[in-house]
Design a protein around this ligand. Sequence first.
Ligand code: NAP
Length: 243
Amino acid sequence: MSCALVTGASRGLGRAIAVQLAKDHGLYILVNYSSNLAAAEEALEEIRTAGGDGELLQFNVQTKTEVDGALNGWRERNEEKFISVLVNNAGITRDGLFMWMPEQDWDDVMSISAKGLFNVTQNIIQHMLRKRTGRIVNVASVSGMKGVAGQTNYSAAKGAIISATKALAQEVAKRKITVNAVAPGFITSDMTKDLNENELKQMIPMNRFGKADEVAHLVSFLCSDKAAYITGEVININGGIYS
Ligand code: NAP
């Protein structure tokens, strides 16, 4: 049975992506989350209501031993299942001007987004390489494309994801594994709930924040057979913000 692992699938973009992958591709969804069990259970319920199925898989993407423990343990219990789709979505922001940024805020943002991608992808890709198939989609950001003041840590982490996407895509293309990134602009979610949408939308040509579903459709397309020849790409989805 083919499965999709979506990191940070309990809320926001990750949840929408998980539901869409179940709907569009009939994939069995591994709903990863960090600490919010109630939200993760709701996400799984949404997947089931949409006609899909899956299970929760808690781990902190920051810690390699935790990631390997959870994924290797799952694989031992599910020998008939194969993770053919990986969406590296888990991410946080810790915004602030660089000159006053606490070291912890730099480290946390880098270790969840950039190191998290390494931890999860390295575990999963061994099996994709053996099976000679796979789809990896990394959730970057407009911040990683253009750099955003007040987000030096986040811009650096997302920039790292973009470059890693391009490099890894070249390493694994021969094994029919595609690696792409999406770079959303402002999308309505818990991450952006404290932002002033009325003010910020004035700099978005579409004059609104995007919806998690809109990102999910793009990710779902990149995971489809139709996208087999697209790899190493970063696709902006930002309502027309120049990046
Ligand atoms: P969100 O609503 O804050 O959700 C974050 C998700 O990541 C939650 O499921 C959370 O799990 C999970 N998570 C956080 N730290 C984790 C860790 N250490 N290990 C595993 N899971 C972890 O954020 P969002 O807006 O959906 O953002 C999702 C992704 O899109 C992020 O990578 C973000 O940078 C990117 N993005 C968002 C926007 C936007 O405007 N919203 C724009 C561009 C890019 P818990 O529920 O357990 O905490």
